[in-house]
Design a protein around this ligand. Structure first.
Ligand SMILES: [Cu+2]
Length: 186
């Protein structure tokens, strides 16, 4: 997102009045060495999920307002949850019963969407990219040959009917904390 860039700007570059002479030069050099990292992060960082059916209540108006200028540029496809290098965005998505949630791999890495079977509300169907019928099957398939892998721009969708919280994970990035929750509200 755009504010990612802003928040990563070193505060010292423009506002630190201590930066004279050698210190300023050193700061400028340090700046140059860190800058090239940003463009590589930029396209993915600027991709924002487009919630089709409703505005996510969790996003304050100030946040959505400040992002509005960025989202238009990269909003080439509709989806509800984006998949970044090591995160689902948004991490938690509230929806109404009957909503079909679309995940889209907005990164250059492969990911999965795999429900945490134990977290599902009673009677809710298991879901996983690759169409596996259980978490165990999905994990085995991933270990065997990256089964269920979503490549860049691939999408996965699931319709949520039963109210409750649905935890899910990206199998290859589980240790990195790539975990999400769909909250189906009553
Ligand atoms: Cu992942």
């Amino acid at each position: 997102m755009c504010c990612y860039l802003r928040s990563r700007q070193p505060a010292t570059t423009t506002t630190d009045t201590e930066n004279h002479g050698a210190a300023a030069v050193r700061a400028a050099i340090e700046n140059r060495t860190t800058r090239p990292i940003w463009p590589a992060d930029l396209p993915e960082a600027m991709m924002q999920p487009q919630t089709r059916r409703r505005v996510v209540a969790a996003l304050g108006t100030a946040v959505t307002g400040s992002l509005a200028g960025c989202t238009g540029v990269f909003a080439t496809s509709e989806y509800d949850v984006g998949m970044r290098t090591q995160a689902f965005v948004p991490e938690t998505l509230p929806v109404e019963p009957g909503t079909t949630v679309v995940w889209r791999n907005t990164s250059t890495r492969g990911h999965t969407v795999t429900a945490y079977e134990d977290t599902l509300p009673e009677g809710a169907a298991f879901f996983a990219s690759g169409g596996y019928e259980s978490e165990a099957a999905a994990r085995e398939a991933w270990q065997d040959d990256s089964g269920g892998r979503l490549e860049t721009d691939d999408t996965f969708e699931h319709t949520f009917e039963i109210p409750g919280e649905y935890g899910y994970v990206c199998l290859p990035h589980e240790e990195g904390g790539m975990i999400g929750t769909i909250v189906v509200e009553e």
